[in-house]
Structures are given as structure tokens and as C-alpha cells.
Ligand binder design. Structure first.
Ligand code: NDP
Length: 250
């Protein structure tokens, strides 16, 4: 029996990258996983198929976040898939980067879009999830190391700062229900968001910034999420765990 046998989980942005690895790990631990995604049907179906081939349970839920009606669409699909079961674990992982949204170039439209996907959606997904979540549930939000190291793409970084605040505040508010709320903060991780990591010299430089001398892999992040989702994480709430191989230690 796995650590999450009998539990259910929603992972947003689970068709690719870190979210896919989280979905696969939670399913391997025994959870029925809702694999949420925005538009890439093929990638979502591949994630669901990989989970099922490994003996796990999953279903896909398509809903573009950051647009009107996003949470309604997501929860219609989620609740159909859960078929009356509660939601034990929520992982807010979906987000977009905006490399051009620097202080010099960012537009109001960039700002609104990145905040709508990365901040507004997680807040209202949590709001809608709470009535489905039993006492003792788990919320894990995916942030980023850019909350403590400086990068030019300031709008994206600001959204992740908001996620850290959201997690800490909610940990306090939801503690009375035994719901833990934690943040997992990846370092630089090989996904589609970081396609530039395949480009020779810059890739080597990034690996050299970590104590462990390599890029993060999605599974490195998923394993940390699995701890917070499990019974082993029951006494940890309101925390941010930096999962980055020792980035910028000195
Ligand atoms: P990817 O770009 O590889 O995958 C993004 C996922 O989110 C996909 O499943 C995508 O769905 C979904 N998604 C994106 N936008 C929307 C939207 N508007 N509505 C619904 N779904 C959407 O991202 P990563 O795996 O790299 O990142 C995952 C998380 O980790 C994010 O929160 C990111 O900020 C954070 N992070 C990543 C780092 C990295 O180095 N990769 C470093 C630090 C933090 P679809 O396939 O349908 O497009």
C-alpha cells in the first residue's frame, strides 16, 4: 500500500514538466490524480497514460487558467472525475513565465495576464477546493527561487512572491482545520519553460551555480512535494522549501 492510497489529488499544469512529475509521483504513492492542463491535449493524455501504465489512477481535466470562467471549468471536470469523492491534496503548479516583462518593457497587459494565471487562479482554485477538502488536507503551492535572487523578469518574480505570502497566510487561517499549506520553491529545472538550458555554455554556467553541480530535474521537485502531501509532513505548515541543489550557496 502506498503512502497516499485512498487519497485524491489535483495537480494544476500536470501535462508537462514539474507538474507531470508531481502527478506521476503522487499517483505512484497511491493517489487518484486529476491531471489538469491548459491546452496541450496530447501531453495531458501522455501523462495520464504513463500513470496508468505504471499501475496508477488518473484522469485529465482541461481548463485554461487566467480567463473568465477558468475555475468553473476546472471544477466541473474535477468533480466529474472525482465522482463524489473529496479532494485531499491540491498542488497549485501551473504558471507562465514572461521573459520580456522587465521593468523597461512590461506592459499592463503582461502584468495582468501573468498575475491572472500565476496568482489569481491559485487563490480562487483554493477557494473552490476548500469545501471539497476534508480536515487534514494538503495544499502545496509551487513558487520559485526568484523570490530571493534577482532576475530581470520582475513581473514573474512578483507573482511568485505573492504565492509565498498566500501560502504562509493560509497556513495560519486553515490550521484550525488541520490543513497544511506549504510552498515548494524550485531552482532552475529542466522543463519546456527553460528550453534555453539545452544551450551549451549557459547550461554549464547554470549547473555550476549549484552546490550539487547539475540542473534540477522535475522528479527532484516532485519528491519534495510528495513529502508535504504525505502523513510524514503532518507537522509542517507555512513553510517554503527551496529545492534547488544548493543554488548560490557561495
Ligand atoms: P512548463 O512550462 O514546463 O509547464 C507548464 C504547465 O502549466 C503545463 O502543464 C501547461 O499546460 C500548464 N499551464 C501553463 N499555463 C496555463 C494556463 N494559462 N492555464 C492552464 N494551464 C496552464 O512549466 P514548469 O514545469 O517549468 O513549471 C512548473 C512550475 O514550477 C511553475 O509554477 C513555475 O513557475 C515553477 N518553477 C519552474 C522552474 C523551472 O526552472 N522550470 C523554476 C522555478 C519555479 P499545457 O501543457 O496545456 O500548456
Amino acid at each position: 500500500m502506498g503512502a497516499l492510497t485512498g487519497k485524491t489529488a489535483l495537480v494544476t499544469g500536470a501535462s508537462r514538466g514539474i507538474g507531470r512529475a508531481i502527478a506521476e509521483r503522487l499517483a505512484a504513492d497511491g493517489a487518484l490524480v486529476a491531471v489538469h492542463y491548459g491546452s496541450n491535449d496530447r501531453a495531458a493524455q501522455q501523462t495520464v497514460a504513463a500513470i496508468r501504465e505504471a499501475g496508477g489512477q488518473a484522469f485529465a481535466v482541461r481548463a485554461e487558467l487566467g480567463v473568465d470562467g477558468d475555475v468553473d471549468t476546472l471544477f466541473a471536470g474535477l468533480e466529474a472525475g472525482l465522482d463524489g469523492r473529496p479532494l485531499d491534496i491540491l498542488v497549485n503548479n501551473a504558471a507562465i513565465q514572461a521573459y520580456d516583462a522587465t521593468v523597461e518593457k512590461a506592459t499592463r497587459e503582461d502584468f495582468d495576464r501573468v498575475f491572472a494565471v500565476n496568482v489569481r487562479a491559485p487563490l480562487f482554485v483554493i477557494q473552490r477546493a476548500l469545501p471539497l477538502m476534508p480536515d487534514g488536507g494538503r495544499i502545496i503551492n509551487i513558487s520559485s527561487g526568484v523570490t530571493w535572487f534577482a532576475t530581470p523578469e520582475v513581473v514573474y518574480s512578483m507573482t511568485k512572491g505573492a504565492i509565498n505570502v498566500l501560502s504562509r497566510s493560509l497556513a495560519h487561517t486553515l490550521g484550525a482545520r488541520g490543513i497544511t499549506v506549504n510552498t515548494v520553491s524550485p531552482g532552475i529545472t529542466e522543463t519546456d519553460m527553460n528550453a534555453w538550458l539545452n544551450e551549451g555554455e549557459s547550461a554549464r554556467r547554470v549547473a555550476d551555480m549549484t552546490a550539487l553541480g547539475r540542473h534540477g530535474q522535475p522528479a527532484d521537485i516532485a519528491d519534495a512535494v510528495a513529502f508535504f502531501a504525505s502523513a510524514d509532513g503532518r507537522w509542517v505548515t507555512g513553510q517554503t522549501l527551496e529545492v534547488n541543489g544548493g543554488l548560490f550557496l557561495g
